[in-house]
Design a protein around this ligand. Structure first.
Ligand SMILES: CC(C)(COP(=O)(O)OP(=O)(O)OC[C@H]1O[C@@H](n2cnc3c(N)ncnc32)[C@H](O)[C@@H]1OP(=O)(O)O)[C@@H](O)C(=O)NCCC(=O)NCCS
Length: 187
């Protein structure tokens, strides 16, 4: 029996286009609660437009992550990036491997569909990602705005992690990494 089945939850994938208005409201409420209120409308906007990984049990949603496509540039190489957003597990189900099961699906999506994986880790999330092979980005970070490249602050630097795929096995993480511009937080 899989860990998921043994723990009484199942994991499934849905694209944002398949979510009804009610589904979106339920998801936003779930994320708001899981992040203890530290999750605003722009954070929710960032997790739309790609693939959602849901963990659910008989009482409802217990875990979530989303992979959205962004354009990141390492040095002068443009990388089709699977950017991971809104990773969260319901407080009642933490420390049972739900986060790991959700991230296993995320990693598979990134490796199959993208050149690179990237995310901005919270202190809670960081050990989970590092354990799964995600790496800190060592070089400077920036964002490509309409006025040109703007360096990212140290906080962003400290939380940026990447996942290599076979197409970037030799990627030098000491280079500058820039992301595309969006509303809310850059990373
Ligand atoms: C970060 C978060 C998603 C982790 O979810 P989770 O389901 O608790 O993650 P896991 O259970 O896979 O792993 C967490 C810990 O439980 C341990 N664990 C996993 N299965 C276990 C089990 N059956 N029994 C005991 N411990 C277990 C893991 O080894 C890990 O331990 P460690 O942190 O000491 O290394 C969750 O804490 C959360 O939602 N936090 C708030 C939102 C947030 O910060 N999200 C991350 C954004 S980047």
């Amino acid at each position: 029996m899989s860990n998921e089945a043994a723990s009484g939850y199942r994991v499934r994938l849905r694209h944002s286009h398949a979510l009804s208005g009610t589904d979106r409201q339920v998801l936003q409420r779930f994320l708001y609660d899981a992040f203890a209120g530290d999750f605003d409308d722009s954070d929710f906007d960032h997790c739309l437009g790609g693939v959602h990984v849901f963990a659910e049990d008989d009482r409802g949603m217990v875990g979530h992550a989303a992979v959205v496509q962004r354009s990141l540039v390492a040095g002068d190489t443009v990388l089709r990036t699977g950017y991971v957003e809104a990773v969260a597990v319901a407080a009642r189900m933490r420390r049972r491997g739900v986060g790991d099961a959700v991230m296993a699906r995320v990693d598979d999506i990134v490796v199959r569909a993208h050149d690179l994986g990237a995310l901005s880790a919270s202190a809670d999330g960081r050990p989970l990602y590092l354990r799964r092979g995600w790496e800190p980005w060592r070089g400077p970070l920036g964002v490509l705005t309409v006025d040109g490249m703007r360096p990212s602050p140290d906080d962003d630097q400290d939380s940026a992690l990447i996942l290599r795929t076979p197409s970037c096995a030799d990627l030098d993480t000491g280079q500058r990494l820039t992301c595309d511009w969006r509303n809310g937080s850059d990373w």
